[in-house]
Write a protein that binds this ligand. Structure first.
Ligand code: F7E
Length: 332
């Protein structure tokens, strides 16, 4: 049985990946931080066969311990401080976990190694935020980086460290440069889920409006559930490499709002959206759009969920969820 270790298993990508790997017959270990991590329950409920092990990206001894304990064939490093907005408020923590955390994982792999016949394969969750103030459009694996946030800067460090450990020590290390990938599992602090959640509550009469920041930025939005397959495909190749994973289309926050509100029959949403300076960032990434040709040609990976379908899926999921909560509260 192939063994996989996932850091960041409590996040949406971690859970989709765990489900995917269990479906492929893997023995899956999920690394969680802290003794009574409340998010562990979500993983136990969604993917019960995942074995949870305790480790911290900020502590190399714990990572070496986890590698020795789980003896993984494949390691997926999805753990990070992943909210760009927070990274401006806690830049040092972000550099430590999102940046240095990658170095610690790779050091643990270099030290523990796996067997000679079967060395550990490593996947690093890199991000389109590394492109920041973009130097060309669309962005490819060859586009230079110009990060615009402490998060982006930390991800560049993690990406470069992954490439360096591959070149210096021959570790099978891949970096997946994933553009925004959304789902009903997204945390409420991220703009897509914040909107779908608010739209559902507006439909049910539970709130009147939503406070947002910059509506003009554009992103390349895909569905997280199918991006995890690309991570796995990277580790099944003969040679380690880096890949952009994206849809090749870009839409603004305004366009997301258009579709989300039209789903509940609201064509003019101006009165439902309040602009709030608290959600503006000190430096913004204006436009991202990825070119995933390499992933298509070498991995055979292609996105399947169009933007309109993604928005519909998220709004419908939140409507169902909010309606259930409302019903439960009236029964009580
Ligand atoms: O912001 C604007 C905001 O926080 C998207 C992470 O998964 O993808 C994600 O990073 C855009 C930005 O995601 C609000 O200013 C407006 O322009 O949903 P977001 P992100 O920053 O693109 C990349 C690929 C990652 O790697 C990250 O880990 O939306 N925006 N109003 C807002 N954003 C938020 N969060 N909240 C607002 O109220």
């Amino acid at each position: 049985m192939t063994r996989a270790l996932i850091t960041g298993v409590t996040g949406p990508d971690g859970m989709y990946l765990a489900e995917f790997l269990v479906g492929k017959g893997y023995e899956v270990y999920g690394m969680i931080r802290g003794q009574n991590n409340p998010l562990a329950e979500n993983v136990r409920r969604s993917v019960p066969s995942v074995e949870l092990v305790e480790g911290d990206l900020g502590d190399i001894s714990s990572l070496i311990g986890v590698m020795e304990q789980t003896q993984p064939d494949e390691v997926y490093n999805l753990g990070a401080i992943s909210f760009v907005g927070l990274s401006f408020k806690q830049p040092e923590l972000t550099a430590n976990i999102t940046g240095l955390g990658v170095l610690r994982m790779l050091e643990a792999i270099r030290i523990v190694g796996g067997s000679d016949a079967n060395p550990i394969r490593f996947y690093q969750a890199s991000s389109s935020e590394m492109f920041g103030r973009v130097r060309e459009t669309p962005q490819t694996e060859m586009t230079p980086f110009h990060p615009r946030s402490p998060y982006g800067v930390a991800k560049v460090f993690g990406h470069n460290t992954t490439v360096n450990y591959r070149e210096a020590y021959g570790i099978f290390a891949c970096s997946g440069i994933l553009f925004n990938h959304e789902s009903p599992r997204r945390g409420l602090e991220f703009v897509t889920r914040k909107i779908s959640h608010a739209v559902a509550r507006i439909k049910l009469g539970l709130q009147d409006s939503v406070a947002l920041g910059n509506l003009e930025s554009s992103r390349d939005w895909g569905f997280a559930g199918e991006y995890v397959e690309a991570m796995w495909l990277m580790l099944q190749q003969d040679e380690p490499d880096d890949y952009v994973i994206a849809t090749g289309e870009t839409y603004s926050i305004r366009e997301f709002l258009d579709l989300a509100f039209s789903h509940i029959g609201v064509e003019d949403w101006a009165s439902c959206v309040v602009q709030d300076a608290r959600y503006m960032r000190p430096a913004e990434v204006d436009l991202l759009v990825g070119d995933a040709t390499k992933a298509k040609e070498k991995l055979g990976w292609e996105p399947r969920t169009p933007f309109s379908e993604l928005v519909r899926m998220m709004v419908e999921s939140d409507i169902e969820d909010q309606a259930n909560k409302l019903e439960e509260s009236t029964i009580r």
